[in-house]
Design a protein around this ligand. Structure first.
Ligand SMILES: Cc1ncc(COP(=O)(O)O)c(C=O)c1O
Length: 372
């Protein structure tokens, strides 16, 4: 009955791209997105537990436009819009839902998206869901982006440039000044995905460059990385948020974010706002230490330690998997990332830096990489 599925799976296996879920037990994890250690922060656990007892509610019980929107969702949106220096905010049930809802809602047949080749899958899927035209420019290639807009902008009503702020696999930072300038030249909106930039490189990419977001900027972000929880959000002008409330299908037709996630995000953002400088400095220092270990061992990686993502560039899919397995034998888990998450033959081990690592963790990582 399921022969066709099996045949397709066999093709994936023959390409060394087969994936399986596995529980990671008793291993030291060095590839999570919990950059600030918020996912296991005791103060946050206490705060959430106490509040849950008080309100005696777990699930949101309905979509935001029916019964799911609470004073806690409202509070979280208020905190986020302040944190991102924007007028208003809307919180979705996940980062993936945010991008597909945002892009589906903003673009129709008359519009166009100009998207970086290395943007996250949720951006690619969101653009597909919209009915807009799409133009892909080579990674961070501003000349190509300019050329595409010069040639095609006149054919479209609204134009959106879309880019990750910190790219999720390579950890490099988008060329913000150029993106802003080009967006203004061509009267385009600029959508930035701050999933890996929020609270890691400052408040986000604008903070990193010492700038404030302009009016045409729409900031998307997730609660699932440095904020240590789950969910996604968009911060923008009131009118854009109002538009999303009315048009974003993944918002309208999905249950609102659960209360434990809302509460933990509120508390995490309180800690982040109070200690942002300290956290980002410490994270950068830790990234530098890990990057030095990786370079010392002779692996190909990136040069700067601005973001906490450290790709160990391997290339061949099976070599990346073999290296991951070798590290597992030494109690270290760094997932191998293969096509289609990264291009074919560009497999990496996606090592990340985090304030959650202890001295002992750091020593283990050092010893394990050294002994390979
Ligand atoms: C750049 C980027 N955007 C969006 C998402 C989706 O976020 P979430 O995992 O919260 O659904 C991710 C997740 O990895 C991401 O890396």
């Amino acid at each position: 009955m399921f022969r066709h599925f099996e045949e397709e799976l066999n093709v994936i296996k023959s390409q060394k791209l087969y994936r399986q879920r596995s529980t990671v037990k008793d291993k030291k994890i060095f590839c999570s997105n919990d950059y600030l250690g918020m996912a296991k922060n005791e103060e946050i656990v206490d705060y959430v537990t106490q509040h849950l007892r008080k309100i005696n509610t777990i699930g949101a019980t309905g979509s935001s436009l029916v019964s799911g929107y609470t004073e806690y969702h409202e509070k979280l949106e208020h905190i986020l819009s302040k944190f991102k220096d924007k007028e208003d905010c809307i919180v979705f049930a996940s980062g993936y839902c945010t991008n597909i809802g945002l892009l589906q809602a903003l673009g129709d047949e008359k519009d166009a998206f100009y998207s970086d080749k290395l943007n996250h899958a949720s951006i690619i899927d969101g653009i597909k869901l919209s009915k807009a035209s799409k133009y892909i420019y080579r990674h961070s290639n501003m000349e190509e982006l300019f050329g595409l807009l010069e040639k095609t902008r006149k054919n479209h009503r609204r134009a959106y440039i879309v880019s990750d702020s910190v790219f999720s696999m390579e950890g490099d930072i988008a060329k913000l000044k150029e993106l802003v300038e080009i967006s203004k030249t061509f009267e385009a909106y600029l959508i930035l995905d701050e999933a890996h930039a929020s609270a890691t490189v400052g408040k986000g990419i604008f903070d990193f460059y010492g700038l404030l977001p302009e009016e045409n900027v729409i900031l998307m972000g997730t609660l699932s990385k440095a904020i240590g929880s789950q969910g996604g959000f968009v911060c923008a002008d009131k009118i854009v948020i109002d538009y999303l409330v009315n048009k974003a299908r993944s918002y309208i037709f999905s249950t609102a974010l659960g209360l434990p996630m809302v509460l933990s995000s509120i508390k995490a953002l309180e800690l982040i706002t109070a200690n942002l400088n300290m956290y980002t400095k410490a994270l950068k220092q830790r990234t530098k230490t890990i990057l030095n270990i990786v370079k010392e061992r002779g692996f190909e990686t990136k040069d700067d330690c601005n973001s906490p993502i450290i790709p160990i560039r391997i290339g061949k899919e099976d070599e990346a998997t073999a290296l991951k397995d070798k590290l597992l034998e030494k109690n270290i888990f760094i997932q191998a990332i293969r096509y289609p998450t990264v291009p074919k033959n560009k497999a990496i081990l996606r090592l990340t830096s985090s304030l959650s690592y202890t001295e002992e963790d750091m020593n283990c990582l050092h010893m394990a990489l050294k002994s390979l």
